[in-house]
Write a new protein. Structure first.
Length: 263
């Protein structure tokens, strides 16, 4: 030990001994290293699983928000179309949502989420962004029932814009169309003619679009022409409509209570 301390003669021997002992040290420390590696791997896997679940939840939330934004964009587009509908100047209107639609057999009716609490009344005109959709036939406190212009019990006085011919447009029911009743053969009515409300009867203000002539026929021996009308209102896809108060002093577009827009 004294010689080694002063002259380092045993350094080579000590190096060889270290080479022999190292595998034994490695084997002794191996279980500890394996245990540390497994513990770290389990912690990492658990963290990855937690992060994966968190990302899945965030992805689902983002998709839900995207769907909601798309729905809001479509709703805004529909409402913008209603605002641009052919309502007469100085008329109050109320936006209402369709809650249910009944188009079985010859009945073409729908339920609205507005009623007498909002001032809705029987016979009130209902329009969408394109034209007249129908009128109110029943009113409850918070809901009402509308009848489409295609219902077989619905009739509305109309006028041909091009020629001024006046007639009564009646619903066909099952076919989702309308017809003009009692139009003599000499009347100037052609396919493609636009029909608007004539204002007769007092329910509908004059000039609202109702439909377009889709077919004109005159059978031998008939006293009147057979004229079919295609409604201009979007009866199949409408989700919001306008309830109109004809002859009111201002355009007052109302949506939900507390949200009123005027122009």
């Amino acid at each position: 030990m004294t010689v080694d301390r002063k002259m380092d003669y045993l350094e080579t021997v000590r190096g060889h001994l270290s080479s022999v002992v190292y595998p034994i040290q490695y084997l002794v420390n191996l279980p500890v290293k394996v245990g540390d590696w497994m513990s770290e791997s389990l912690d990492t896997r658990e963290n990855l699983l937690k992060e994966n679940e968190k990302l899945k939840a965030q992805n689902l939330l983002l998709k839900t928000h995207t769907q909601k934004y798309q729905s809001l964009a479509l709703e805004n587009q529909r409402l913008r179309g209603l605002i641009e509908s052919p309502i007469r100047q100085r008329e109050r209107v109320l936006v209402a949502d369709l809650m249910a639609v009944d188009q079985e057999n010859s009945t073409n009716k729908f339920i609205l989420n507005k009623g007498s609490e909002e001032g809705v009344y029987i016979g009130q005109p209902i329009v969408d962004s394109s034209g007249i959709m129908g009128q109110v036939v029943h009113v409850g406190p918070s809901s009402s029932t509308g009848m489409m212009v295609t219902d077989n019990e619905h009739a509305i006085p109309v006028e041909v814009v091009r020629s001024g011919v006046r007639a009564i447009a009646t619903g066909e029911g099952i076919s989702r169309e309308m017809r003009l009743d009692y139009v003599p053969p000499e009347s100037d009515v052609k396919e493609g003619d636009l029909l608007v409300s004539s204002g007769l009867g007092g329910h509908f203000t004059e000039g609202y679009p109702v439909g377009k002539v889709s077919e004109v026929e005159l059978h031998p021996g008939d006293n009147f022409m057979t004229i079919k009308i295609q409604p201009v209102a979007n009866l199949a896809k409408a989700r919001e409509v306008l309830l109109v108060w004809p002859g009111t002093s201002d355009i007052n577009i109302e949506t939900d209570p507390g949200t009123v827009a005027t122009r």
